[in-house]
Design a protein around this ligand. Structure first.
Ligand code: TXA
Ligand code: MG
Length: 346
């Protein structure tokens, strides 16, 4: 299959017209959102949804998020709408918050992997919104990477993973947030299953106390069922070994520099994921500055693309940990999963 790429900054109408036509015909379309690129199919067509799992090589017990262009469309996907759901849609949509609640009969089992609940979000951004509106159906979409690879934050990442497997990529440039949406379950006590740019504190300001799933910063305990099936798979992982060094910036940088020398002597090529605050400690070494430690969203924005790039050059990636608070939690969640939770102290 030939994969077409259409730049939506130049051809937005034509691109979204073709995309919507393909979606209605049961085909797959990769499209930009404010978080990462999605790989979309008609969410009401089980056969179309199956194609997503095939193209990504995704285990079919891992459910998908339904993407909608307005709140009424979302309401038809859930069985009923508690007050908290309404309040959260009003506060954060369109935006990087996915909401999970009991599903209605409209949602095929292929989307939810047989679960009685469905995840729904309304993405920000004109291309995604136009595509969904023109398709006239909710679009089921996971991140548009091969299963297990870092999520794509540009059309070239999608092309690299899915060229020849899907008919169309809508290229809307780089994604603003660079990590996936916050996933919040409202079944039982409100619980964050995946942290993102919408933080616990922001959600609590709207609906009161929110729990954090206990495997955000450590591996799922053996024998324990995953609240979110996605949690049990190795994720965001480059081929290189990733090692996270925790501690105060200066100490962490010192330890990273030692490890860099040690691995280099073993003939292993190394890359360092640095921050603005520590770059000066790495002169003469291969390093990439992700952003500002005090503004974790800047780190999130560059994390996946930097992992992909460093993976091209290195066998070992040494990364600094930051405080897992606020949006730092989302950054550390993705970084630790990319590292398979391999940690050192600085
Ligand atoms: O930002 C995002 O959320 C991106 C863009 C494309 O919208 N999408 C995304 O989808 O990250 P995906 O499939 O890569 O991640 C969805 C996560 C998975 O961990 C999945 O297990 C979980 O959400 N999930 C989906 N439906 C669920 C459900 N009913 N119950 C529990 N977890 C669910
Ligand atoms: Mg994904």
């Amino acid at each position: 299959m030939e994969t077409r790429v259409i730049e939506t900054r130049i051809h937005e109408e034509a691109g979204t017209n073709l995309g919507a036509e393909l979606i209605r015909r049961g085909e797959l379309v990769a499209f930009p959102t404010e978080t990462v690129y999605g790989l979309g199919a008609n969410g009401l067509d089980a056969a179309a949804v199956e194609k997503i799992f095939e193209a990504k090589g995704r285990p079919n017990d891992n459910p998908l998020i339904m993407h909608v262009s307005n709140k009424n469309e979302a309401k038809k996907l859930w069985g009923h709408i508690p007050k908290t759901l309404n309040a959260l849609m009003d506060a954060f949509w369109p935006g990087p918050l996915t909401l999970i609640f009991n599903k209605s009969d409209r949602v095929p089992d292929a989307v939810t992997a047989g679960l009685p609940t469905v995840a729904v979000r309304m993405p920000q951004g004109k291309t995604a919104n136009l595509l969904i509106r023109k398709a006239g159906v909710p679009i089921a979409a996971p991140s548009a990477n091969l299963s297990g690879r870092p999520s794509p934050t540009s059309a070239s990442h999608v092309f690299r993973d899915l060229n020849g497997r899907i008919p169309l990529i809508l290229d809307g440039g780089e994604c603003g947030f660079g990590i996936e949406s916050t996933v919040l379950s409202l079944v039982g006590k409100p619980t964050i299953l995946r942290p993102g740019a919408v933080t616990k504190e922001m959600i609590e300001a709207v609906i009161g106390p929110v729990e954090l799933s206990d495997c955000l910063l450590k591996p799922l305990a053996e024998g324990k069922a995953a609240l979110s099936p996605g949690m049990k798979y190795k994720h965001y992982a480059p081929n290189a070994r990733v090692l996270v060094v925790l501690g105060e910036p200066k100490e962490a940088a010192k330890r990273i520099s030692e490890l860099y020398v040690q691995y280099s002597l073993e003939d292993l090529s190394c890359e360092i994921a640095a921050t603005e605050q520590t770059a000066r400690f790495y002169r003469g070494k291969n390093y990439t500055v992700l952003g500002d430690r005090n503004e974790p969203l800047t780190l999130c924005r560059n994390l996946f693309s930097a992992l992909r790039e460093m993976d091209e050059r290195a066998e070992v990636i040494l990364a600094e940990g930051v405080n897992a608070e606020g949006t730092g939690l989302a950054f550390m969640n993705r970084l630790l999963r990319a590292a398979g939770f391999e940690i050192e102290n600085g």
